[in-house]
Design a protein around this ligand. Structure first.
Ligand SMILES: Nc1ncnc2c1ncn2[C@@H]1O[C@H](COP(=O)(O)OP(=O)(O)OP(=O)(O)O)[C@@H](O)[C@H]1O
Ligand SMILES: NC(=O)c1ccc[n+]([C@@H]2O[C@H](COP(=O)(O)O)[C@@H](O)[C@H]2O)c1
Length: 348
């Protein structure tokens, strides 16, 4: 009987979860989303989760409190040190401008598809192994579906006028799927009911109740840090130490102790050093396909010209606040990136 269960498990459709967000800074709850979701699918016996990807948004997203991409990526890597299945993807931050979430999903899905198709030509495809590719990807030949993992507040941001294109929402739910974790103050069931598109593709939306909610948010952490209050036990010690060393978020806290587990930060310094060399390099398709997981931040001029929209209290153009509270975007102020991001084909 148990071998029957094992066999059935092997046949479950495989998925990889990707969380898009600012991660400024990454909190333990960001990682919890993945654990909660994987447990859910494991217990429901409907899918096999083979990997998790954290994709920090581009600097030009311009949200208030957004630390530089290089720092956010470094913090995510520190926060993920104890995970053997969730990985950073810095593809988004390496682009020349902010990328819509639908294109982020499409890129990772295309990459996985191409990777699987190329698995017969091993020497070539081994060169293409990104850190974020799930380790188990080569265990089977069946497809791996990339699904968007998010908190219910992100789902509810679909209703913010001008923030998400309807076609993007439809593409996300119809072609990828959404995994939504409840968050206090939101009512995702009602939200889905009130949306025709979401109701239409409800079968592709997995709503998961988080029975051990934790309302820590990046903006709350930034607020405490700015006030000189303690955030210990709200963040991974390594992330906290990184913030202290790099003086992020106007940190004034006197409670942060000296390096905790300092040896582990050596890894992080290496990551920073490697990436500083990338600073002025051109971003090319070839680089996107490079196996290195290092962000190449843009120059100040590039960042200014590619700013897409702004979230937070005010936008650079003084746009009106549409939503209040953490993680809440304000207004789309310029154009969408070109479709180049959505159809990336591997070249050798
Ligand atoms: N406490 C939480 N419970 C459930 N989901 C969360 C929680 N914190 C963050 N998330 C989810 O994590 C993803 C990444 O979001 P982001 O980094 O923008 O998070 P945030 O902590 O809400 O940030 P901020 O406070 O700066 O707005 C989003 O899908 C968000 O809904
Ligand atoms: N139209 C879009 O694709 C769209 C709009 C708003 C936010 N997002 C993404 O959602 C994530 C979370 O953003 P907020 O922290 O502002 O809620 C980010 O990764 C951001 O890029 C995507």
């Amino acid at each position: 009987m148990s071998s029957f269960i094992e066999e059935t498990k092997c046949l479950l459709p495989r998925i990889t979860l990707i969380a898009c967000g600012c991660f400024s800074p990454p909190t333990p709850m960001h990682m919890r989303l993945f654990e909660i979701a994987r447990d859910h699918f494991e217990m429901a016996g409907t899918h096999k989760v083979i990997g998790g990807i954290i994709s920090p948004t581009h600097d030009s997203y311009g949200k208030k409190g957004l630390a530089p991409a290089l720092d956010r990526c470094a913090m995510v890597k520190l926060a993920l040190q104890s995970s053997n299945w969730i990985h950073l993807s810095d593809w988004e931050v390496r682009q020349s401008q902010w990328t819509r979430t639908t294109s982020v999903l499409q890129f990772h899905q295309n990459y996985i598809n191409n990777f699987m198709n190329l698995s017969s030509t091993r020497p070539k495809y081994e060169k293409l192994i990104h850190e974020w590719l799930p380790l188990a990807i080569g265990d089977r030949k069946d497809p791996v579906n990339v699904k968007l993992l998010c908190g219910a507040d992100l789902l509810e941001s679909f209703a913010v006028p001008g923030l998400w294109a309807e076609s993007d929402i439809e593409n996300i739910v119809a072609n990828h799927g959404l995994v939504v974790i409840t968050r206090s103050g939101s009512n995702p069931e009602k939200f889905i009911f009130e949306s025709d598109i979401l109701t239409k593709y409800q079968r592709n939306i997995t709503l998961i109740t988080n029975w051990v909610p934790n309302e820590v948010s990046s903006s709350m952490v930034r607020r405490l840090l700015g006030r000189g209050q303690s955030v210990k036990y709200l963040l991974d010690d390594l992330v906290l130490e990184y913030i202290r060393r790099h003086r992020l978020y106007n940190i004034t806290s006197k409670y942060i102790t000296d390096a905790v587990r300092p040896t582990q930060l050596i890894f992080n310094h290496a990551y920073m050093d490697n990436n500083k060399n990338d600073l002025n390099e051109q971003i090319t398709l070839e680089q996107d396909m490079d196996e290195s997981d290092s962000p190449s931040p843009l120059t100040a001029t590039q960042q200014l010209t590619t700013r897409v929209f702004c979230c937070g209290d005010t936008s650079p153009r003084g746009s009106k606040l549409l939503r209040l509270g953490p993680g809440q975007a304000v207004q789309v102020i310029t154009t969408m990136p070109s479709d180049e991001n959505s159809e990336v084909i591997m070249t050798f």
